[in-house]
Design a protein around this ligand. Structure first.
Ligand code: SF4
Length: 361
């Protein structure tokens, strides 16, 4: 696989979905968004291929939007046929789709295998029964384990999506969700803090005061915990928070909740904040000027969104800093003050946080 990938996304709305997940507006929008025809899919793929340098990128064709394996198999086959054809002709290299864990029985995984699907994202959202029930998603941890087992049997790679902050969710329940899922070692993870969308049952709950979304601050903290935990089992965290293009899907329909266009970076910045805070408190550093040596790629994460970490260092410890470039550092940082130097290893810090989080739950 070439190191870099480009994704061609095909939105498959779940027309006629029999479920009523409280956060989903598909029932409301399904009248206005039609499933793409084969010709339309071909047009999307061909138009995208014209914009991608295939000598540099591997190409993933991704079906997203609904619960792919919950749509009738005749329709699944129609979509998968075209994906397989493009893969066979080496115009794309990978096929990915997203679905629910309770639509992944042996028959279904065999079909995906037959059509050369490479990666399935399971929309787990939570493992807590009360949270799942309240979200009107009636599957259990056992169903999730069976789905994973079935995918493993046919050697299809899998990832998870989780949604911190659903109705009835708490920080402890969210951490427990992560702890439950860690042994399943998903190769990828998307963490989507719950937002309230127009046309959903959750919007009604929100209007009636029965649901309060996480604040941005809470969402960053919870997501950071998920990030640290899953990193420890080698999971690639491919998304934290809705991407701007995904939020466009909802256009003006996003009513409330912790959406921020730089959400993922805010989460990583929070880790740097705790690394810095631990160091300054351990060594009782304050009222000083320091140098932070780091890879320039990490400067903005270290400073935080709108300089949040920089401001906190100044306000809470009266510490000012200047960056020094060191391209040999990858994610780690070195703090220099007078003749002293402190090496902050991000991985070691996350290991420590991981052990601590696992202890408290
Ligand atoms: S989230 Fe998926 S399963 Fe739930 S209502 Fe929406 S389309 Fe249906």
């Amino acid at each position: 696989m070439k190191n870099r990938t480009k994704v061609i996304s095909i939105f498959i709305p779940h027309e006629g979905c029999p479920h009523d997940c409280v956060f989903c507006n598909q029932k409301k929008i399904s009248g206005s968004i039609k499933s793409p025809s084969i010709e339309e899919i071909r047009d999307i793929i061909e138009a995208s291929l014209l914009t991608i340098d295939r000598s540099k990128y591997s190409i993933i064709l991704a079906f997203y939007g609904g619960s792919f394996t919950a749509i009738p198999q005749t329709k699944q086959k129609m979509y998968l046929e075209i994906a397989r054809e493009y893969k066979h002709n080496n115009k794309i290299q990978y096929i990915r789709l997203s679905t629910r864990p309770d639509y992944m029985d042996e028959n279904q995984v065999n079909l995906l295998k037959e059509y050369k699907v490479d990666h399935v994202e399971l929309g787990i959202q939570s493992t807590n029964p009360a949270v799942l029930n309240c979200a009107k998603r009636y599957y259990s941890m056992k169903d999730i384990q069976i789905a994973v087992k079935n995918l493993m049997r046919v050697q299809i790679d899998y990832g998870f999506q989780i949604m911190p902050g659903l109705p009835k969710d708490t920080k402890d329940k969210f951490i427990k969700t992560c702890i439950d899922l860690l042994p399943l070692k998903p190769s990828t993870l998307r963490i989507y803090p719950t937002v309230v969308i127009e046309g959903t049952e959750m919007k009604e709950m929100f209007d009636e005061g029965l649901y309060k979304p996480l604040s941005l601050e809470e969402a960053v903290e919870w997501t950071m915990i998920g990030y640290i935990l899953f990193k420890q089992v080698g999971t690639d965290i491919i998304r934290m928070g809705l991407h701007a293009s995904e939020s466009l899907l909802y256009e003006d329909n996003m009513i409330a909740g912790p959406f921020h266009s730089a959400f993922g970076e805010m989460v990583e910045s929070r880790i740097y904040w705790y690394m810095l805070k631990e160091l300054v408190e351990e060594h009782d550093l304050q009222n000083i000027q320091i140098h932070i040596k780091a890879n320039p790629k990490d400067f903005s994460k270290i400073s935080g969104n709108k300089g949040e970490n920089r401001k906190k260092l100044e306000n809470e410890y009266n510490i000012k800093y200047k960056f020094l470039e060191d391209r040999s550092l990858i994610e780690d940082i070195i703090i220099e003050h007078e003749d002293k130097s402190y090496f902050l290893n991000k991985k070691e810090f996350c290991d420590k946080m991981y052990s601590w989080i696992k202890c408290i739950i």
